[in-house]
Design a protein around this ligand. Structure first.
Ligand code: NI
Ligand code: MN
Length: 227
């Protein structure tokens, strides 16, 4: 599985047979100006919650990829459905087997409203299980005890993707506790640097993780890791 960081909380995940984009926010991110949104080829669009910094480019990507299926909670799928974008709704605790693997929608502690003020349901994250790997995409969230349910209910994780920028989500110190809760010492950080309140001292965050015996992967925008 190849995971490309496209800035903020946007990820392009390539499994053996599908490309998934998560929380596309590219055109509004000056740090991601070198990413060509129109070059993105995706089969699925995954949305954790309704905030603008997670849904801004859904319509552009859906228009460029007319066969792509949107996967999110019920309320968000309905909202985009009214714009002609087809989707598959999940709700918390539910999982479904897609052609790329199993996706489970899990709890997040955050808020969620769509850009026009519509109710976006409750925010969530995803656990993605393919035939070979398991990844937890936390979405915007605080540290929460619910994370302890993930190793109880899902396959052992190969990677946890956590917001680490603080202010709107947990910061890196809490993310290191979250990695204990989910029993995964390899963390990919996101949701930092995009706006002034979430500017991150990256070296400090990485050495903090190192001091706990953990790895914090921070990718340049446009760079990838393979797991
Ligand atoms: Ni948010
Ligand atoms: Mn956000």
């Amino acid at each position: 599985m190849k995971i490309t960081f496209l800035g903020h909380a946007t990820l392009l995940i390539e499994t053996e047979n599908a490309s998934l984009i998560v929380d596309p926010f590219i055109s509004g991110n000056s740090l991601a100006a070198h990413i060509d949104i129109n070059a993105l080829k995706v089969d699925y669009i995954l949305i954790t919650h309704g905030h603008q910094d997670h849904v801004l480019d859904v319509e552009t990507i859906a228009k460029n990829n007319p066969k792509a299926l949107l996967i999110s909670n019920y309320e968000i799928v309905e909202w985009f459905g009214a714009k002609g974008i087809k989707g598959h709704p999940l709700n918390h605790g539910g999982k479904f087997k897609f052609d790329f693997g199993i996706l489970k929608y899990v709890n997040a502690v955050h808020s969620s409203v769509l850009p026009d003020g519509s109710y976006g349901g409750n925010p969530g994250g995803f656990v993605l299980t393919t035939s070979s790997k398991c990844v937890y995409i936390a979405g915007d969230t605080a540290l929460t005890l619910d994370m302890k349910l993930i190793p109880e209910t899902c396959s052992p994780l190969d990677l946890a993707i956590f917001p680490i920028g603080d202010n709107f989500t947990m910061g890196y110190e809490d993310a290191s506790i979250a990695s204990d809760f989910v029993k995964c010492d390899k963390v990919l950080g996101c949701h930092y640097d995009t706006f002034p309140p979430i500017k991150l001292d990256k070296a400090k965050a990485q050495s903090y993780f190192q001091s706990k015996g953990k790895e914090l992967v921070l990718l340049n925008i446009g760079s990838s890791i393979s797991i």
